[in-house]
Ligand binder design. Structure first.
Ligand code: HEC
Ligand code: HEC
Length: 382
């Protein structure tokens, strides 16, 4: 009969060891698991709910589908949605098991085959090569997530030193201990109008962004240890972030004050040169203690960071997030990007700051777990 994914045991071991590590200190509350939040979970059990939602993003991206292709349209009562088990949804469950089986049986359990390996953004994988692409222009190469070390590349230290220097130097960076930024953010699709946005950041590693959308506030908080996203009309109103997604928020918070960038990763790999937005860039990759990958693209001319790619894990493939930084301006002697675009599988936000107030006092409540977004009443389900 059907086999479950091998994940629950691994998760339990993880929880147990973090429990032991904290000793007498009160342990982190256990993040809610997918099957505790939703009623009809059959294969993707035993993973935290943020990873489950990330998995839905991987499904959609890998197959070039939107949520509605597998779920009833306009469904907003996700928790009670025991699901019409649409044929595509049932097929997707079988595919999760097939994929896990292939990796287990043929690749020693390494996650090398993902939904994307076969589907490449389409619902039906291609069965034959296209002769036009063999004899015509080769399709654009998609770089691997792992950056192989390049020979003759500069040292990671020299690239990171140049970055610190370009930002204003270590001394000026040390003088900036917090900032409050105000501006706008534009989403993607129906959310593409500009909405007021704020960023609160402290050099002790805390960072909060708030987007005041018409449906309610979208708040992302990293308090130095835990992180949450509170947003209207989402399956989970205040979603605690775990694993690679939490590492990602931590990284965003650290990069707001990059003085400690060298220490962020135990291991840095210096890769090839590349091009981002017409600029030559030097690629650097770090792997965190937890195995999360982050790839940095530094403009070879200015030395500044123009792109960050970071990846969280899911049972069906990595979940990528891309941040593009631009419009660096001087704030208290330190260069800060006034524009950045955050793209992930579930959306895209383009931030544009109009003022950044350095060393402003920030109410600690800004970094507390956010309340559910007080949105206008949910649209009636179906
Ligand atoms: C390729 C099909 C597919 C796509 C596309 C897809 N899902 Fe799912 N979704 C599933 C399957 C399969 C399950 C049940 C998983 C299980 O049983 O382990 C599920 C379950 C869910 C659940 C739990 C409640 C329920 O219906 O069982 C939520 C919430 C959810 N999906 C949200 C989304 C969102 C949001 C998107 C778009 C970003 C999305 N899904 C895209 C296949 C899909
Ligand atoms: C080893 C290759 C392979 C992998 C990996 C794979 N698929 Fe598939 N998938 C296929 C093939 C081939 C078909 C088409 C089958 C057919 O035409 O009858 C398909 C069809 C589907 C369909 C039905 C599409 C439709 O429009 O009817 C869904 C949904 C689907 N896959 C989801 C997934 C998901 C989700 C994953 C990752 C968990 C995944 N697949 C991984 C090969 C793969």
């Amino acid at each position: 009969m059907r086999k479950r994914l091998e994940r629950p045991a691994a998760i339990m071991v993880g929880l147990l060891s973090s429990w032991l590590a904290y000793g007498q200190v009160s342990p982190e509350p256990k993040p809610p698991m997918s099957e505790e939040v939703f009623k009809n979970i059959q294969v993707l059990k035993g993973i935290p709910v943020d990873e489950f939602m990330g998995t839905m993003g991987v499904f959609s991206a890998a197959l070039g589908m939107s949520c509605e292709n597998c779920h009833a349209a306009n469904d907003s009562d996700w928790a009670n949605y025991a699901g019409d088990n649409s044929p595509k949804k049932r097929m997707a469950r079988r595919m999760v098991l097939m994929m896990a089986e292939i990796n287990k049986t043929h690749f020693a359990g390494r996650q090398v085959v993902t939904c994307y390996s076969c589907h490449r953004g389409g619902d039906r994988p291609k069965t034959s090569p296209n002769l036009d692409t063999i004899y015509g222009n080769p399709p654009e190469e998609e770089p691997d997530d792992f950056v192989p070390p390049a020979t003759g590349a500069p040292s990671a230290d020299s690239v990171l030193d140049k970055y610190i220097q370009a930002l204003g130097g270590a001394q000026r960076l040390a003088g900036l201990t917090s900032f409050v930024a105000k501006g706008t953010s534009a989403g993607y699709g129906p959310e593409s109008a500009q909405r007021p946005a704020e960023v609160f950041a402290k050099a002790n590693g805390q960072r909060t962004t708030v987007i005041h959308s018409l449906n309610g506030d979208i708040t992302t908080v990293y308090d130095g240890r835990a992180g949450w996203i509170s947003a209207p009309l989402r399956p989970v109103a205040v979603m605690p972030l775990t694993g690679g997604e939490l590492d990602g928020l931590k990284l965003d918070a650290e990069l707001a004050f990059p003085a400690r960038i060298k220490q962020l990763f135990g291991q840095w790999r210096v890769g090839r040169m590349d091009t981002v937005g017409g600029h030559r860039v030097q690629v650097l990759q770090g792997t965190s203690a937890g195995g999360t990958l982050a790839t940095f693209y530094f403009d070879t001319e200015s030395g500044l960071l123009v792109r960050l790619m970071r990846y969280a894990n899911s049972p069906v493939g990595r979940i990528p997030t891309q941040v593009d930084y631009s419009d660096y301006r001087d704030v208290a002697g330190v260069k800060i990007p006034f524009r950045w675009t955050l793209a992930w599988l579930d959306g895209k936000e383009s931030f544009e700051m109009s003022e950044v107030q350095p060393n402003a006092p920030i109410d600690p409540a800004k970094f507390a777990k956010p309340a559910p977004s007080s949105a206008p009443a949910r649209p009636a389900a179906r």
